[in-house]
Design a protein around this ligand. Structure first.
Ligand code: ATP
Ligand code: MG
Length: 275
């Protein structure tokens, strides 16, 4: 796409599960010796993560998910498999007892979610991912909370990517359709100009046509070089667009491969794709 608007761009209420570190990024860097990436590390990796919520049992068991530059990585698996938990672990919303999270060669395991946003992570959670009483434009402005520079160009790019949002810029986000709300949520995350975008079920509750449109937009973002790490319940369609795919079952990696490989895997087909 030559008129790609993202060219040259690089974004729980349950407080008990959130890293509460009061440390600055610099302090954390110092404390953890700014540990270097392993050779051949993907751009973003949650590596062999084990952990759960608060003092509860482990939900993740040596679970690994990762995203490479310019690629779309997809996480699929049954309800309750720990897909959202794995995403939250990568974003720093729960502590991992074992394993690490590395971004662009840097160990960020002990950073807070907000510090991870500053480092370049954009995250769209599965639920409560927009401010429904605020307008579309106010939602995008909220997304730019860490920016001190002029973010109007980014907003223009997001309106180019999702033209309907421009039409509805002054409407309360809560009045929008499911697909449009998801566009607001993705747009909000893009406002920080993230280096990697994490999406938890971006097509939940939308029609197949809207799902295809959203996937097209996500592919467009990925082509600009922003890696995408995405949980999807539409497993077959998601695997079709996935460069890399992870099937999680009970907090563990059950199958890993390219989207094509998993689509062709008889076991994956039988268990997760309805034959
Ligand atoms: N805030 C929480 N506190 C305690 N346990 C939780 C919390 N959120 C999820 N869990 C538990 O963690 C396990 C994994 O849930 P998770 O939401 O990660 O699954 P999922 O794969 O995202 O499922 P879905 O497809 O339904 O979104 C489940 O047993 C769930 O009950
Ligand atoms: Mg989930």
């Amino acid at each position: 796409m030559s008129d790609n608007p993202y060219q040259n761009d690089r974004g729980n209420k349950d407080r008990s599960i959130t890293n509460k570190g009061g440390s600055t990024i610099q302090e954390v860097d110092r404390r953890f010796g700014n540990s270097k990436a392993k050779q051949g590390d993907p751009f973003l990796i949650g590596d062999a993560m084990t952990g759960g919520y608060g003092k509860g049992p482990d939900i993740l068991h040596s679970c690994t998910i990762a995203a490479e530059k310019g690629e779309i990585a997809v996480i699929v698996g049954p309800n309750g498999a720990g897909k959202s938990t794995a995403m939250k672990a990568v974003f720093g919303m729960l502590n991992v007892n074992e394993g690490a999270v590395r971004l662009d060669g840097e160990d960020i395991t002990h950073l807070t979610p907000q510090q991870r946003v500053v480092k370049g992570m954009g995250f769209v959670p599965q639920t409560s991912n927009i401010f429904t009483s605020m307008t579309v434009e106010e939602n995008l402005e909220m997304g730019a909370f860490i920016r001190r520079d002029d973010f109007r160009d980014t907003m223009t790019q997001i309106y180019d990517l999702f033209p309907i949002l421009k039409d509805k810029r002054n409407q309360a986000a809560g009045e929008l359709s499911g697909g449009q709300r998801q566009q607001v949520a993705v747009g909000r995350a893009l406002m920080t100009q993230p280096k990697v975008l994490m999406l938890d079920e971006p097509t939940a509750g939308v029609s197949p046509i809207v799902m295809d449109e959203l996937f097209d937009r996500i592919i467009e973002v990925a082509r600009t070089g922003i890696p995408i790490l995405m949980v999807e319940q539409n497993a077959r369609q998601a695997l079709e667009i996935a460069d890399k795919a992870y099937v999680l079952v009970q907090g563990r990696n059950a199958h890993t491969g390219t989207g094509k490989e998993l689509l062709a895997d008889p076991e994956v087909r039988r268990s997760f794709l309805g034959g």
